[in-house]
Design a protein around this ligand. Structure first.
Ligand code: PLP
Length: 397
Protein backbone atom coordinates (compact mmCIF):
# COMPACT_ATOMS: atom_id res chain seq x y z
CA UNK A 1 0.00 0.00 0.00
CA UNK A 2 1.17 3.53 -0.74
CA UNK A 3 -0.41 6.76 0.40
CA UNK A 4 -1.37 7.73 -3.14
CA UNK A 5 -2.91 4.39 -4.11
CA UNK A 6 -6.46 5.78 -4.14
CA UNK A 7 -5.34 8.39 -6.68
CA UNK A 8 -3.51 5.78 -8.75
CA UNK A 9 -6.56 3.53 -8.73
CA UNK A 10 -8.83 6.38 -9.82
CA UNK A 11 -6.42 7.33 -12.63
CA UNK A 12 -6.28 3.70 -13.81
CA UNK A 13 -10.05 3.62 -13.71
CA UNK A 14 -10.24 6.59 -16.06
CA UNK A 15 -7.76 4.92 -18.43
CA UNK A 16 -9.82 1.73 -18.23
CA UNK A 17 -13.08 3.50 -19.02
CA UNK A 18 -11.46 5.13 -22.05
CA UNK A 19 -10.56 1.61 -23.19
CA UNK A 20 -6.87 2.55 -23.10
CA UNK A 21 -5.47 0.49 -20.27
CA UNK A 22 -2.24 -1.30 -21.11
CA UNK A 23 -0.63 -4.18 -19.29
CA UNK A 24 2.69 -5.94 -19.50
CA UNK A 25 2.68 -9.47 -20.83
CA UNK A 26 5.57 -11.91 -20.72
CA UNK A 27 7.29 -12.23 -24.10
CA UNK A 28 10.74 -13.05 -25.47
CA UNK A 29 12.28 -12.61 -28.92
CA UNK A 30 13.07 -15.80 -30.80
CA UNK A 31 15.02 -16.51 -33.98
CA UNK A 32 13.38 -16.46 -37.40
CA UNK A 33 11.14 -13.45 -36.79
CA UNK A 34 9.30 -15.21 -33.98
CA UNK A 35 8.40 -14.20 -30.45
CA UNK A 36 7.40 -16.35 -27.51
CA UNK A 37 4.47 -14.77 -25.69
CA UNK A 38 2.40 -16.25 -22.90
CA UNK A 39 4.09 -19.58 -23.59
CA UNK A 40 3.24 -19.65 -27.29
CA UNK A 41 5.46 -19.05 -30.28
CA UNK A 42 4.05 -16.37 -32.59
CA UNK A 43 5.23 -14.84 -35.87
CA UNK A 44 6.34 -11.45 -34.65
CA UNK A 45 5.26 -8.33 -36.54
CA UNK A 46 5.74 -6.00 -33.60
CA UNK A 47 9.44 -5.86 -32.69
CA UNK A 48 11.94 -3.41 -34.15
CA UNK A 49 14.78 -5.93 -34.45
CA UNK A 50 14.70 -5.25 -38.19
CA UNK A 51 17.92 -7.04 -39.14
CA UNK A 52 17.59 -9.89 -36.67
CA UNK A 53 20.75 -8.78 -34.83
CA UNK A 54 19.32 -8.93 -31.30
CA UNK A 55 20.15 -12.65 -31.13
CA UNK A 56 23.11 -12.68 -33.52
CA UNK A 57 26.01 -14.86 -32.33
CA UNK A 58 28.63 -12.18 -33.02
CA UNK A 59 26.81 -9.59 -30.85
CA UNK A 60 26.30 -12.11 -28.08
CA UNK A 61 29.92 -13.21 -28.23
CA UNK A 62 31.31 -9.68 -28.12
CA UNK A 63 28.97 -8.54 -25.35
CA UNK A 64 30.27 -11.50 -23.36
CA UNK A 65 33.92 -10.84 -24.25
CA UNK A 66 33.75 -7.15 -23.32
CA UNK A 67 32.00 -8.05 -20.07
CA UNK A 68 34.72 -10.53 -19.20
CA UNK A 69 37.40 -7.97 -20.03
CA UNK A 70 35.81 -4.90 -18.40
CA UNK A 71 33.04 -6.01 -16.02
CA UNK A 72 29.31 -5.50 -15.92
CA UNK A 73 29.10 -1.88 -14.90
CA UNK A 74 30.87 1.28 -16.02
CA UNK A 75 31.01 2.75 -12.53
CA UNK A 76 29.99 6.35 -13.02
CA UNK A 77 29.13 9.14 -15.39
CA UNK A 78 31.88 9.62 -17.96
CA UNK A 79 32.61 13.09 -16.62
CA UNK A 80 33.29 11.82 -13.12
CA UNK A 81 35.91 9.09 -13.31
CA UNK A 82 36.84 9.59 -16.93
CA UNK A 83 35.76 7.85 -20.08
CA UNK A 84 36.70 4.38 -21.24
CA UNK A 85 38.58 3.90 -24.49
CA UNK A 86 35.65 1.78 -25.67
CA UNK A 87 33.21 4.71 -25.51
CA UNK A 88 35.59 6.91 -27.49
CA UNK A 89 36.19 4.18 -30.06
CA UNK A 90 32.45 3.59 -30.59
CA UNK A 91 31.89 7.33 -30.97
CA UNK A 92 34.67 7.59 -33.55
CA UNK A 93 33.09 4.71 -35.49
CA UNK A 94 29.66 6.34 -35.39
CA UNK A 95 31.06 9.68 -36.54
CA UNK A 96 32.64 7.94 -39.56
CA UNK A 97 29.47 5.93 -40.25
CA UNK A 98 27.41 9.13 -40.21
CA UNK A 99 29.96 11.31 -42.05
CA UNK A 100 30.03 13.68 -39.07
CA UNK A 101 32.90 15.33 -37.20
CA UNK A 102 31.98 13.78 -33.87
CA UNK A 103 29.41 11.69 -32.03
CA UNK A 104 28.19 11.15 -28.48
CA UNK A 105 26.66 7.98 -27.03
CA UNK A 106 23.59 8.08 -24.79
CA UNK A 107 21.98 5.43 -22.60
CA UNK A 108 18.83 5.30 -24.73
CA UNK A 109 17.13 7.08 -27.58
CA UNK A 110 14.47 8.47 -25.31
CA UNK A 111 17.13 9.85 -23.03
CA UNK A 112 19.14 11.32 -25.92
CA UNK A 113 16.19 13.26 -27.30
CA UNK A 114 14.91 14.34 -23.90
CA UNK A 115 18.39 15.61 -22.99
CA UNK A 116 19.70 17.01 -26.26
CA UNK A 117 16.66 19.03 -27.37
CA UNK A 118 16.58 21.28 -24.26
CA UNK A 119 20.37 21.63 -24.34
CA UNK A 120 20.25 22.87 -27.94
CA UNK A 121 17.53 25.35 -27.08
CA UNK A 122 19.36 26.55 -23.98
CA UNK A 123 22.38 27.49 -26.09
CA UNK A 124 20.41 30.24 -27.84
CA UNK A 125 19.88 33.28 -25.60
CA UNK A 126 16.41 34.72 -25.19
CA UNK A 127 15.33 37.26 -27.70
CA UNK A 128 16.16 40.87 -26.90
CA UNK A 129 12.57 41.89 -27.44
CA UNK A 130 11.06 42.54 -24.00
CA UNK A 131 7.53 41.73 -25.19
CA UNK A 132 8.37 38.37 -26.68
CA UNK A 133 7.44 35.25 -24.79
CA UNK A 134 11.08 35.24 -23.64
CA UNK A 135 11.87 32.76 -26.35
CA UNK A 136 15.26 32.28 -27.94
CA UNK A 137 15.22 29.73 -30.74
CA UNK A 138 12.00 29.28 -32.72
CA UNK A 139 11.27 25.55 -32.85
CA UNK A 140 9.48 23.84 -35.75
CA UNK A 141 8.33 20.24 -35.36
CA UNK A 142 6.64 17.69 -37.59
CA UNK A 143 3.27 16.79 -36.06
CA UNK A 144 4.29 13.15 -35.71
CA UNK A 145 7.65 13.44 -33.95
CA UNK A 146 8.39 10.93 -31.22
CA UNK A 147 7.29 11.42 -27.60
CA UNK A 148 10.92 11.70 -26.47
CA UNK A 149 11.40 14.92 -28.45
CA UNK A 150 8.20 16.28 -26.91
CA UNK A 151 9.64 15.40 -23.51
CA UNK A 152 12.74 17.44 -24.37
CA UNK A 153 10.61 20.37 -25.52
CA UNK A 154 8.56 20.18 -22.32
CA UNK A 155 11.74 20.34 -20.24
CA UNK A 156 12.87 23.42 -22.16
CA UNK A 157 9.47 25.08 -21.73
CA UNK A 158 9.63 26.12 -25.36
CA UNK A 159 6.56 26.72 -27.46
CA UNK A 160 6.75 24.73 -30.70
CA UNK A 161 5.39 25.53 -34.13
CA UNK A 162 4.05 22.25 -35.48
CA UNK A 163 3.90 21.66 -39.21
CA UNK A 164 1.53 19.18 -40.83
CA UNK A 165 3.14 15.79 -41.15
CA UNK A 166 5.78 15.83 -43.92
CA UNK A 167 4.22 19.01 -45.33
CA UNK A 168 7.37 20.98 -46.10
CA UNK A 169 5.42 23.82 -47.73
CA UNK A 170 3.73 24.30 -44.36
CA UNK A 171 7.13 24.19 -42.67
CA UNK A 172 8.43 26.91 -45.00
CA UNK A 173 5.40 29.06 -44.35
CA UNK A 174 5.92 28.76 -40.58
CA UNK A 175 9.64 29.45 -40.90
CA UNK A 176 8.84 32.67 -42.74
CA UNK A 177 6.01 33.84 -40.49
CA UNK A 178 7.21 32.66 -37.08
CA UNK A 179 10.93 32.22 -37.48
CA UNK A 180 12.29 35.22 -39.32
CA UNK A 181 12.71 37.39 -36.21
CA UNK A 182 14.09 34.70 -33.93
CA UNK A 183 17.81 34.59 -33.15
CA UNK A 184 17.87 30.95 -34.35
CA UNK A 185 15.54 28.42 -35.93
CA UNK A 186 15.46 24.73 -35.09
CA UNK A 187 13.65 22.04 -37.13
CA UNK A 188 12.92 18.66 -35.49
CA UNK A 189 11.84 15.68 -37.54
CA UNK A 190 12.40 11.98 -38.20
CA UNK A 191 13.74 10.37 -41.34
CA UNK A 192 11.38 7.36 -41.02
CA UNK A 193 8.25 7.80 -38.93
CA UNK A 194 7.69 5.13 -36.35
CA UNK A 195 3.93 4.61 -36.66
CA UNK A 196 3.51 5.26 -40.41
CA UNK A 197 6.69 3.91 -41.97
CA UNK A 198 6.89 6.85 -44.36
CA UNK A 199 9.98 8.94 -45.01
CA UNK A 200 10.77 12.60 -44.72
CA UNK A 201 12.26 14.25 -47.81
CA UNK A 202 15.66 14.77 -46.24
CA UNK A 203 17.25 16.42 -49.27
CA UNK A 204 14.50 19.02 -49.44
CA UNK A 205 14.60 19.53 -45.67
CA UNK A 206 18.33 20.19 -45.88
CA UNK A 207 17.75 22.68 -48.69
CA UNK A 208 14.97 24.47 -46.74
CA UNK A 209 17.08 24.55 -43.60
CA UNK A 210 19.96 26.11 -45.51
CA UNK A 211 17.72 28.73 -47.12
CA UNK A 212 16.11 29.71 -43.80
CA UNK A 213 19.33 29.42 -41.82
CA UNK A 214 17.69 26.80 -39.60
CA UNK A 215 19.37 24.06 -37.54
CA UNK A 216 18.12 20.66 -38.73
CA UNK A 217 17.70 17.79 -36.24
CA UNK A 218 16.81 14.40 -37.74
CA UNK A 219 15.91 11.33 -35.66
CA UNK A 220 17.03 8.23 -37.57
CA UNK A 221 15.84 5.64 -35.03
CA UNK A 222 14.07 3.55 -37.67
CA UNK A 223 16.40 4.24 -40.61
CA UNK A 224 19.74 3.43 -38.98
CA UNK A 225 20.94 0.06 -40.22
CA UNK A 226 18.03 -0.31 -42.63
CA UNK A 227 18.17 2.50 -45.19
CA UNK A 228 20.79 4.54 -47.00
CA UNK A 229 24.22 3.48 -48.27
CA UNK A 230 25.67 0.76 -46.00
CA UNK A 231 22.59 1.14 -43.81
CA UNK A 232 23.93 4.48 -42.57
CA UNK A 233 20.46 6.07 -42.67
CA UNK A 234 18.79 8.51 -45.02
CA UNK A 235 20.99 11.34 -43.76
CA UNK A 236 23.95 9.67 -45.50
CA UNK A 237 22.40 10.76 -48.80
CA UNK A 238 22.88 14.44 -47.94
CA UNK A 239 26.32 14.59 -46.31
CA UNK A 240 26.77 17.85 -44.43
CA UNK A 241 23.11 18.81 -44.91
CA UNK A 242 21.95 17.92 -41.39
CA UNK A 243 23.21 19.63 -38.26
CA UNK A 244 22.38 16.86 -35.82
CA UNK A 245 21.64 13.24 -36.61
CA UNK A 246 20.24 11.13 -33.81
CA UNK A 247 19.86 7.38 -33.98
CA UNK A 248 19.52 4.35 -31.76
CA UNK A 249 21.32 1.06 -31.27
CA UNK A 250 18.12 -0.47 -29.91
CA UNK A 251 16.26 -1.22 -33.14
CA UNK A 252 18.01 -2.50 -36.29
CA UNK A 253 21.34 -2.62 -34.44
CA UNK A 254 19.93 -5.19 -32.06
CA UNK A 255 21.34 -3.73 -28.85
CA UNK A 256 20.66 -0.77 -26.66
CA UNK A 257 21.59 2.90 -26.43
CA UNK A 258 21.70 5.80 -28.83
CA UNK A 259 23.93 8.43 -30.38
CA UNK A 260 23.92 11.91 -31.73
CA UNK A 261 26.36 12.96 -34.46
CA UNK A 262 27.32 16.40 -35.71
CA UNK A 263 29.95 19.09 -35.37
CA UNK A 264 32.77 18.75 -32.85
CA UNK A 265 31.80 22.03 -31.15
CA UNK A 266 28.22 20.84 -30.75
CA UNK A 267 29.33 17.53 -29.23
CA UNK A 268 31.74 19.35 -26.86
CA UNK A 269 28.85 21.60 -25.84
CA UNK A 270 26.48 18.67 -25.23
CA UNK A 271 29.05 17.02 -22.95
CA UNK A 272 28.73 20.17 -20.85
CA UNK A 273 25.02 20.84 -21.20
CA UNK A 274 22.96 17.68 -21.78
CA UNK A 275 21.61 16.63 -18.41
CA UNK A 276 20.84 13.11 -19.62
CA UNK A 277 24.51 12.69 -20.49
CA UNK A 278 26.06 14.40 -17.47
CA UNK A 279 23.97 12.89 -14.68
CA UNK A 280 23.77 9.30 -15.83
CA UNK A 281 26.09 6.34 -15.69
CA UNK A 282 27.96 5.50 -18.89
CA UNK A 283 26.58 2.56 -20.91
CA UNK A 284 28.22 -0.68 -19.73
CA UNK A 285 30.78 -2.84 -21.59
CA UNK A 286 28.27 -5.52 -22.69
CA UNK A 287 26.16 -2.88 -24.43
CA UNK A 288 29.23 -1.35 -26.11
CA UNK A 289 30.47 -4.76 -27.23
CA UNK A 290 27.16 -5.52 -28.91
CA UNK A 291 27.22 -2.12 -30.63
CA UNK A 292 30.77 -2.71 -31.84
CA UNK A 293 29.80 -6.07 -33.35
CA UNK A 294 26.67 -4.60 -34.96
CA UNK A 295 28.78 -1.87 -36.57
CA UNK A 296 31.03 -4.60 -38.02
CA UNK A 297 28.05 -6.37 -39.56
CA UNK A 298 25.61 -3.66 -40.68
CA UNK A 299 27.52 -2.21 -43.67
CA UNK A 300 27.70 -5.70 -45.20
CA UNK A 301 24.01 -6.46 -44.82
CA UNK A 302 22.78 -5.20 -48.20
CA UNK A 303 21.18 -8.58 -48.95
CA UNK A 304 19.17 -8.42 -45.72
CA UNK A 305 18.17 -4.83 -46.48
CA UNK A 306 17.02 -5.80 -49.97
CA UNK A 307 15.05 -8.75 -48.55
CA UNK A 308 13.42 -6.48 -45.98
CA UNK A 309 12.46 -3.97 -48.69
CA UNK A 310 10.94 -6.78 -50.77
CA UNK A 311 8.94 -8.01 -47.77
CA UNK A 312 7.56 -4.49 -47.36
CA UNK A 313 6.48 -4.38 -51.01
CA UNK A 314 4.84 -7.80 -50.71
CA UNK A 315 2.90 -6.75 -47.62
CA UNK A 316 1.78 -3.43 -49.08
CA UNK A 317 0.56 -4.95 -52.30
CA UNK A 318 -1.28 -7.67 -50.36
CA UNK A 319 -2.96 -5.11 -48.11
CA UNK A 320 -3.98 -3.07 -51.15
CA UNK A 321 -5.58 -6.18 -52.63
CA UNK A 322 -7.56 -6.59 -49.42
CA UNK A 323 -8.62 -2.95 -49.63
CA UNK A 324 -6.69 -1.98 -46.49
CA UNK A 325 -5.02 1.43 -46.38
CA UNK A 326 -1.27 1.33 -45.69
CA UNK A 327 -0.82 5.08 -45.77
CA UNK A 328 2.41 6.41 -47.25
CA UNK A 329 4.60 3.58 -45.96
CA UNK A 330 7.69 2.87 -48.06
CA UNK A 331 9.80 1.05 -45.47
CA UNK A 332 9.91 -1.98 -43.15
CA UNK A 333 7.14 -0.38 -41.05
CA UNK A 334 3.73 -0.88 -42.63
CA UNK A 335 0.55 0.35 -40.96
CA UNK A 336 -2.66 -1.52 -41.73
CA UNK A 337 -5.08 1.30 -40.97
CA UNK A 338 -8.33 -0.14 -39.63
CA UNK A 339 -10.04 2.97 -38.26
CA UNK A 340 -12.03 2.33 -35.10
CA UNK A 341 -10.12 1.41 -31.95
CA UNK A 342 -12.32 -1.58 -31.18
CA UNK A 343 -11.94 -2.96 -34.71
CA UNK A 344 -8.14 -2.69 -34.58
CA UNK A 345 -8.01 -4.33 -31.15
CA UNK A 346 -10.38 -7.06 -32.24
CA UNK A 347 -8.31 -7.85 -35.35
CA UNK A 348 -5.10 -7.90 -33.32
CA UNK A 349 -6.67 -10.34 -30.84
CA UNK A 350 -7.94 -12.65 -33.58
CA UNK A 351 -4.55 -12.66 -35.29
CA UNK A 352 -2.91 -13.63 -32.02
CA UNK A 353 -5.28 -16.59 -31.73
CA UNK A 354 -3.94 -17.62 -35.15
CA UNK A 355 -0.32 -17.35 -34.05
CA UNK A 356 0.56 -13.84 -35.24
CA UNK A 357 1.65 -10.91 -33.11
CA UNK A 358 0.51 -7.65 -34.71
CA UNK A 359 -0.05 -4.98 -32.10
CA UNK A 360 -2.89 -2.51 -32.39
CA UNK A 361 -1.81 1.11 -32.05
CA UNK A 362 -4.52 3.55 -31.08
CA UNK A 363 -5.07 7.05 -29.76
CA UNK A 364 -3.34 8.87 -28.21
CA UNK A 365 -0.35 7.33 -30.01
CA UNK A 366 -2.06 7.89 -33.38
CA UNK A 367 -4.88 10.32 -34.33
CA UNK A 368 -8.49 9.22 -33.58
CA UNK A 369 -10.07 7.18 -36.38
CA UNK A 370 -6.70 5.87 -37.58
CA UNK A 371 -6.25 2.96 -35.19
CA UNK A 372 -4.08 0.43 -36.91
CA UNK A 373 -1.95 -2.60 -36.78
CA UNK A 374 1.63 -1.39 -36.86
CA UNK A 375 3.37 -4.14 -38.80
CA UNK A 376 7.14 -4.16 -38.35
CA UNK A 377 9.03 -6.50 -40.67
CA UNK A 378 12.28 -8.30 -39.97
CA UNK A 379 14.94 -9.53 -42.38
CA UNK A 380 14.48 -12.91 -40.68
CA UNK A 381 10.88 -13.18 -41.94
CA UNK A 382 10.25 -15.41 -44.94
CA UNK A 383 7.95 -14.25 -47.73
CA UNK A 384 5.61 -17.03 -46.62
CA UNK A 385 5.29 -15.30 -43.22
CA UNK A 386 3.85 -12.27 -45.03
CA UNK A 387 1.42 -14.50 -46.90
CA UNK A 388 0.37 -16.18 -43.65
CA UNK A 389 -0.32 -12.73 -42.19
CA UNK A 390 -2.31 -11.54 -45.21
CA UNK A 391 -4.38 -14.73 -45.29
CA UNK A 392 -5.11 -14.44 -41.60
CA UNK A 393 -6.12 -10.77 -41.92
CA UNK A 394 -8.47 -11.70 -44.75
CA UNK A 395 -9.99 -14.57 -42.76
CA UNK A 396 -10.50 -12.43 -39.64
CA UNK A 397 -12.26 -9.51 -41.27
C1 PLP B 1 12.28 4.16 -30.37
C2 PLP B 1 12.46 5.60 -30.68
C3 PLP B 1 13.20 6.43 -29.84
C4 PLP B 1 13.68 5.96 -28.50
O1 PLP B 1 14.76 5.09 -28.61
P1 PLP B 1 15.06 4.05 -27.43
O2 PLP B 1 16.47 3.67 -27.66
O3 PLP B 1 14.12 2.92 -27.61
O4 PLP B 1 14.86 4.77 -26.15
C5 PLP B 1 13.41 7.73 -30.23
N1 PLP B 1 12.92 8.20 -31.41
C6 PLP B 1 12.17 7.43 -32.22
C7 PLP B 1 11.64 7.99 -33.48
C8 PLP B 1 11.91 6.11 -31.88
O5 PLP B 1 11.14 5.37 -32.65
Amino acid sequence: MSRLDSFFAAALDRIDRAGQRRTLRPAALQDGGRVRRDGRELIDFSSNDYLGLARHPLLIERARAWTEAHGTGSGASRLVTGTSAAHLAIEARIARFKHAEAALVFASGWQANAAVVPALIAAVPNSASPNSASQGAAVFTDRLIHASMHAGLAISGTRQHRFRHNDLDHLEELLSTKGAEAPARLILTESVFSMDGDRADIARLAEIAARHDAFLFVDEAHATGVLGPDGAGLSAKVPGGIDLIMGTFSKALGGFGAYVAGSQVMIDYLVNAASGFIFTTAPPPAVLGAIDAALDLVPGMDAERAHLAALGERLRSGLATLGIDHGASSTQIVPAVIGAETAALDLSRKLEERGLLASAIRPPTVPPGTSRLRLALRATHAPSDIDTLLNAIEACR
